[in-house]
Design a protein around this ligand. Structure first.
Ligand code: ZN
Length: 406
């Protein structure tokens, strides 16, 4: 029989020492193979041995690691202003100077002062940093407007940033991020409940989130907000147990939440119940570091519960981390995850937390070709080379992104 002629595709990635498929059923969690990836019409045609393929464009991975583009499962990347003065004071153990932007109130004031164009202008460079560090999809929450008009501007900024940057943005309505200081709490809950149908009808968000904790939204308020979201087609997410134990884990199960985020004070039996319910746990080790959290999440406990973990930077005014490679390094060293667990959480797990694991988060034929090339000899180096950006190539929907566009 004659050799079949090589099949030509749009883009061929070759020469990888490791290709990580991160497929759902990979026995080692990340499906380590070698070779490359064949890509055609924006989708993956073949993974691993691609010697039978030729490409109209070829990227030589030069003995590096190829894996799915990172999915950042939880961010507050759109906001106004900076809290650098507060951060510098806190690390030195002193009070911020008079007039400095402090806490969520400070950021809310700065955010309300921004029009949509200004919000986009401030967030776009942060997103460019994320893409340069290998993030191809990120979730973006509102929650620094804390009044309907300002929350709407944040949602509009999400829409424009999704269309206008190299990354795909997944929009989450988080009107219930905190209580504003200029409206009574009960009235603000009513404003959120009133806004949800409009947000959903305008197609400006996919998820509805609420911050359930002491001093934030209580169980009853959180339930009413998330149920209203479900009624209008917004899938529920929860910030829970970040600073106290709330019991919201069972509420998450009750409303069939897609993800539960933070989990600092969630008990081990609750983690197991969440895992059994198929709810993804979102782990943000860089946030615990940036805020010097008194009770940082032990990532290992999340893994031991059996839950699918999603990793996130939680980039926000209190945690200016845009690099998922750093999140992986910290999840391993601080949280006790294996490198494979952390890499899966940064790809497939995070895609699951955004209801996108059927399309992104793994390298499998038919899936969207979002992938990155790292100049590392093996995947464990991602965790080992702490703080390095090892990304040399970013491919989004089959297109090699130009560094100048980052
Ligand atoms: Zn958050």
């Amino acid at each position: 029989m004659p050799e079949p002629s090589p099949r030509e595709v749009d883009l061929l990635i070759t020469g990888a020492a490791e290709v990580l498929t991160c497929a759902a059923d990979a026995p080692d969690l990340i499906g380590v193979t070698s070779g490359g990836v064949a890509i055609d019409a924006g989708a993956i045609a073949a993974v691993g041995d691609v010697s039978a393929w030729t490409g109209r464009q070829v990227v030589d991975a030069q003995g590096g690691v190829v894996l799915p583009g990172f999915v950042d499962a939880h961010t507050h990347v759109v906001f106004g202003g900076s809290r650098v003065e507060e951060y510098a004071a806190r690390v030195a153990g002193v009070e911020p100077p008079a007039g400095a932007s402090v806490g969520i109130v400070g950021t809310t004031t700065a955010t309300r002062a921004c029009g949509v164009a200004e919000l986009v202008a401030q967030a776009a460079p942060r997103i460019a940093e994320m893409v340069a560090a290998g993030t191809t999809t990120l979730e973006s929450k509102t929650g620094y407007g804390l009044q309907p008009e300002a929350e709407l501007r944040l949602l509009e900024a999400n829409r424009l940033l999704d269309a206008g940057t190299d990354a795909e943005l997944v929009s989450t309505y988080l009107g219930a991020h905190a209580f504003p200081t200029d409206v009574a709490p009960g009235d603000y809950v009513d404003q959120i409940l009133d806004q949800i149908p409009d947000v959903a009808a305008a197609g400006l968000a996919e998820f509805c989130d609420a911050y359930c904790d002491q001093g934030y939204f209580d169980l009853d308020q959180t339930r009413r907000i998330l149920v209203r979201g479900v009624e209008h087609g917004l899938a529920p997410k929860l910030h829970l147990d970040a600073y106290s134990h709330t019991g919201a884990a069972d509420l998450a199960i009750e409303v069939d939440a897609v993800s539960v985020d933070h989990l600092n004070f969630t008990t081990e039996p609750e983690l197991r119940r969440l895992a059994e319910a198929g709810i993804v746990g979102v782990y943000m080790p860089c946030l615990d570091y940036a805020v010097a959290h008194p009770h940082p999440v032990q990532g290992r406990l999340l893994a031991e519960s059996g839950m699918e973990i999603a990793l996130a930077t939680d980039v926000c005014p209190g945690c200016m981390v845009t690099n998922m490679q750093l999140a992986i390094a910290m999840a391993c060293r601080s949280g006790g995850l294996s490198v494979a667990q952390a890499v899966r959480a940064a790809t497939f797990g995070a895609a699951r937390s955004l209801n996108r694991s059927d399309r992104i988060g793994s390298l499998e034929p038919g899936k969207q070709a979002d992938l990155i090339v790292l100049d590392l000899p093996r995947h464990e180096d991602i965790a080992y080379r702490i703080g390095r950006n090892s990304v040399t190539t970013v491919v989004k929907s089959g297109t090699v992104l130009e560094e100048t566009s980052w």
